[in-house]
Design a protein around this ligand. Structure first.
Ligand code: NAP
Ligand code: G3P
Length: 483
């Protein structure tokens, strides 16, 4: 099924219905973060080729918008079926490309098929409304506003390395079912997996140009893409640094942004500490901490801190560390640069007196799961997003100190509260400046029809299937004036 997307390990781009090589032959070499072995090469498209991509996308979008939504929906269902049929093959590619453990890789692909199916059905209910004029003072019954939802046009989808399949599809599918065309700029680390996903949409019957791709380093081609005159919407998931840059240069183009996070797990005195420890460890060290919704700090009431730290520590020590193909759950990070940054935060915490409970061991870009206790707010690890397997435990006197520290973060993605007291849970949840509060569960984006949003430096707008469709369509009113 994927024979067209590459030749001699050089991956092409889907441009207006054809898999093509870049004219300038500029390529980017991709090696596996697991063992440094060569995986393939990506094309670095030129600005002229990007123009061709946009022109084709704009042209195709007109006909796609006129395609009945039941036909658009049928193609998405076909894509979901094809994805499911190829899930194991794609999961292996993804695991090697981004060093994700095998279970999580397969889960990402299967979850994406479910995502696409749910989107295909949700898109069939893009209802509007009719509004009569006489409900407003002074008006008679002589006007009716017929309100519908229409597509925005060309959606530029930019996805991150840590979910190259799911977080590409989470933009592509809602955009397509809403009648938009899509240009996908996949992450350079993860592009090969994303291009396989694109071929699945292509094979499902998308008309030429409705889904195009642009590979190339975001730092080189990104600004040209984002400021292109034919962009009608930018759907970005990635770092806060890049997100802020995009929002500065995108001017009047509407955006949906899911950015960084520093999700806190707040542990009250009456919490079920075993349950809390299970959630903290899976939340903090899943995919080696490379998840925006990872638990990135624990705020625990002094009274139960010793017990909780001991329970977390015993679980961390049991985590399997190593390559995905060897069953590793904590695997090599996406790059040595990422590992260097994590090590910097570890060293800073040690220098400032944090108590090392587990870890501080590194082999290349493999960072062993690391746990600190007695972290204080003068340490960088208390505030920065490591995007790695390191967790700070911060002890607090009371609930209000926990809320204060939680809200002092520049980020506001999710937070978790562990307690049996629902009055306390809702009191805290009401005060937290985040997009989502989990009660007695780790932070997480799923299920994917839930609204998912970040505030402050964690994002703009809401993702989640219906919310993404609404974000990538707009209202159009036709007013009937009755004589
Ligand atoms: P990143 O470095 O910001 O890259 C994200 C995407 O943006 C990649 O496709 C990247 O391309 C592209 N890009 C880079 N510079 C660009 C520019 N100037 N203009 C346009 N596009 C540009 O993020 P990442 O390392 O892939 O992912 C990790 C970060 O994303 C973390 O901060 C994490 O918290 C965040 N994240 C958030 C969520 C969420 O749902 N809130 C989900 C996942 C990840 P290249 O790969 O070619 O650089
Ligand atoms: O970082 C990816 C973000 O979307 C989190 O997804 O499902 O791991 O909570 P999830």
């Amino acid at each position: 099924m994927f024979e067209n997307i590459s030749q001699n390990n050089v991956y092409k781009n889907l441009i207006n219905g054809k898999w093509v090589e870049a004219k300038n032959k500029n390529t980017i070499e991709i090696s596996s973060p697991v063992d440094g072995k060569f995986i393939g090469k990506l094309q670095a498209l030129s600005k002229e080729e990007v123009d061709e991509v946009f022109e084709g996308s704009r042209k195709a979008q007109k006909a796609w918008a006129d395609t009945p939504v039941n036909e658009r929906s049928k193609i998405l269902h076909k894509a979901a079926d094809l994805l499911e049929e190829n899930a194991k093959e794609l999961a292996k590619i993804l695991s090697r490309e981004i060093s994700k453990d095998l279970d999580s890789s397969l889960s990402e692909v299967v979850r994406t098929a479910d995502f696409i199916r749910f989107t295909a059905d949700e898109g069939m209910h893009l209802e509007g409304e009719t509004i009569g004029s006489d409900s407003f003072p002074g008006f008679k019954k002589n006007k009716v506003s017929l309100v519908t939802r229409v597509p925005l046009g060309v959606v530029l989808a930019i996805s991150p390395f840590n979910y190259p399949v799911n977080l590409s599809a989470s933009k592509i599918a809602p955009a397509l079912v809403g009648g938009n065309s899509v240009i996908l700029k996949p992450p350079t680390n993860g592009a090969i997996s994303a291009l396989h996903l694109v071929e699945i949409f292509n094979a499902a019957g998308l008309p030429a140009g409705v889904l195009n791709t642009v590979t190339g380093r975001g730092s080189e081609i990104g600004d040209y893409l984002v400021t292109h005159k034919l962009v009608n919407f930018i759907n970005f998931t990635g770092s806060t640094e890049v997100g802020k840059h995009i929002s500065e240069i995108s001017k009047m183009v509407p955006v949906l942004m899911e950015l960084g996070g520093k999700d806190a797990a707040i542990i009250l005195e009456d919490a079920d500490l075993e349950e809390a420890a299970d959630n903290i460890v899976s939340g903090a060290y899943g995919y080696s901490g490379q998840r925006c919704t990872a638990v990135k700090r624990v705020l625990v009431l002094d009274k139960v801190a010793d017990k909780l730290t001991a329970l977390v520590s015993e679980r961390v020590k049991k985590l399997k560390v190593g390559k995905p193909e060897d069953g590793g759950k904590v695997t090599p990070l996406i790059s040595n640069k990422s590992a260097d940054y994590v090590q910097e935060l570890i060293n800073d915490a040690l220098d400032k007196g944090a108590k090392l409970v587990v870890g501080n061991k590194r082999e290349g870009n493999l960072v062993y799961p690391t746990l600190f206790d007695h972290v204080t707010t003068d340490m960088r690890i208390a505030w920065e997003e490591p995007f790695g397997p390191v967790l700070p435990i911060i002890r607090v006197r009371d609930i209000d100190e926990a809320i204060k520290i939680a809200n002092e973060s520049e980020y506001g993605l999710q937070a978790s509260i562990f307690t049996k007291n629902m009055d306390d849970a809702f009191y805290i949840a009401g005060k937290l400046e985040v997009g989502t509060v989990q009660i007695n569960n780790k932070p997480e984006r799923g299920p994917d029809h839930f609204p998912f949003q970040g505030v402050k430096s964690s994002g703009i707008g809401s993702q989640g299937i219906r919310y993404s469709i609404e974000a990538m369509t707009r209202l159009k009113a036709i007013v009937l004036n009755i004589k």
